[in-house]
Every structure is written in structure tokens, then in C-alpha cells.
Design a protein around this ligand. Structure first.
Ligand code: GDP
Length: 219
């Protein structure tokens, strides 16, 4: 069963004080307004209605929680940088996102959606700053890659990887297209990896020759 299939809407919150008690690992999705976040979520979830919730007028300023099959939560953060919104409201959204990214302990990783034609805006970097120091992973989806030629897409990918390299291997970057449904498997593999407890990934133990595994204490 793919990671995000059958996600179910659970709750929306408007203020940090409204956050529900942690009830599973959370994977947050953030991005500039219009970057393609709702489309990317719908593409990963596999149906078109889910992120409608987040697009409903009045819900765009909220943090929307969706429960995944595994028990983990997909957390859709409000889109930022929308120019037509008054400064005061914009600051409120940003405050909500900042508080969530900096303090939420059940947040295990951030998926950052950027339009591949306009990657790494000042606000995107702000999101990264708020979260990267926690040491937890960030996966960047450079979406709408179908709008670029193959060569241009490859160049953007390389450029963004290079720009984020100083943050270390916890930050990963890929191309994505909701229109072409490309990049879905790669995204699922990276994000799914966050949900696997450390030490059980990829059959490390199974590949270890018999006898090379540390003996249990007292054996
Ligand atoms: P959000 O505001 O970040 O949730 O952005 P949306 O998902 O609503 O997308 C904004 C606009 O970009 C819409 O017109 C989408 O149809 C378009 N869009 C989103 N993803 C893609 C993509 O992968 N390829 C193309 N060509 N257009 C896209």
C-alpha cells in the first residue's frame, strides 16, 4: 500500500494552542502559495479531493491534519508568501508555521514544495532555517518540472542541491510533476524512509554475515 493512499481528514487548527496532542509521527508539507503544494499532496495521496479541504476558503490559513494508513499524519501547512493578503494576516500565518516547525516534537520531517522555475525564495529559506537545525530531514520537491526542458530541469536540480549541501545529508532534493505524475516513487521512498525506525532500514542486519552481528550482552 503506497504511503499516502487513503489519507483521511482529521482536524484543522488556527493557533499553536489548538494543536492536538501528538498521536503519531507527523510529516509536514509546506510551500509558497501557488507553488503546487495541493496538487503534489493530491498526486501523492492518489485522489483529487483531499487537498480540497485545504483550499476551502477559510481553511487556507489553517494547519490541516490528515491521518495515513500507517497511523502517521500528513500535516498541510498554510501556503506562505501570498502577496494579496494583508501584512498582519501574513505574519499570523508565518507565526503559526514557525511555531509548529520549531516546537512540534512529533514532527519527523518536512516536505518543502517549490516551483522549479522559482526555487529557494527568501521565505523558502526561512522555512529551512526554522527547521533544519533540529537535525530532522527536509525533502524538497521541485514541482511543475514538466514546464522545464529536460536540461533546464537537471540544471535546477543540481543548483538547488548545491545550494542546500552545506546543511548536510538530511536535506534531499528531487524533481516532481503533478501533471505528469513523475517523481512519485522517489518521494514515497524518501518520505517512507523517515517512518522506518533507525536500524531497520534496507535489511542491514540481514546483509551482515552470520557471526558479525554484535553478541547480546551476557551471551
Ligand atoms: P498551492 O497553492 O501550492 O496549493 O498550488 P496548487 O496545487 O493549487 O497549484 C497552483 C497552480 O499550479 C495550479 O494552476 C495548478 O494546476 C498548477 N500546477 C500545480 N502542479 C503542477 C505541475 O506539476 N505541473 C503543471 N504544469 N502545473 C501545476
Amino acid at each position: 500500500m503506497p504511503l499516502f493512499r487513503n489519507a483521511q481528514f482529521e482536524i484543522s487548527i488556527a493557533k499553536p494552542s489548538g494543536l492536538p496532542p501528538p498521536s503519531g509521527p507527523e510529516i509536514a508539507f509546506a510551500g509558497r502559495s501557488n507553488a503546487g503544494k495541493s496538487s503534489a499532496i493530491n498526486t501523492l495521496v492518489g485522489h483529487v479531493r483531499l487537498a480540497f479541504v485545504s483550499k476551502t476558503p477559510g481553511r487556507t490559513q489553517l494547519i490541516n491534519f490528515f491521518r495515513l494508513n500507517s497511523g502517521a499524519l500528513l500535516v498541510d501547512l498554510p501556503g506562505y508568501g501570498y502577496a494579496a493578503v494583508p501584512e498582519k494576516i501574513r505574519r499570523q500565518w508565518q507565526g503559526l508555521i514557525e511555531s509548529y516547525l520549531k516546537h512540534r516534537e512529533s514532527l519527523i520531517g518536512l516536505v518543502l514544495i517549490m516551483d522549479s522555475r522559482r526555487p529557494l525564495t527568501a521565505l523558502d529559506r526561512q522555512m529551512i532555517d526554522w527547521f533544519a537545525h533540529s537535525g530532522r530531514p527536509i525533502h524538497v520537491l521541485l514541482t511543475k518540472s514538466d514546464k522545464l526542458s529536460r536540461g533546464a530541469a537537471a540544471a535546477v536540480l543540481q543548483e538547488v542541491r548545491r545550494a542546500l549541501q552545506p546543511l548536510g545529508p538530511q536535506v534531499t532534493v528531487q524533481l516532481f510533476s503533478s501533471l505528469k505524475k513523475s517523481g512519485v516513487e522517489e518521494a514515497e521512498a524518501v518520505i517512507g524512509g523517515w517512518l522506518v525506525p533507525a536500524g531497520t532500514v534496507g535489511g542491514d542486519l540481514a546483509d551482515t554475515p552470520a557471526g558479525a552481528v554484535d553478541a547480546p550482552p551476557g551471551a
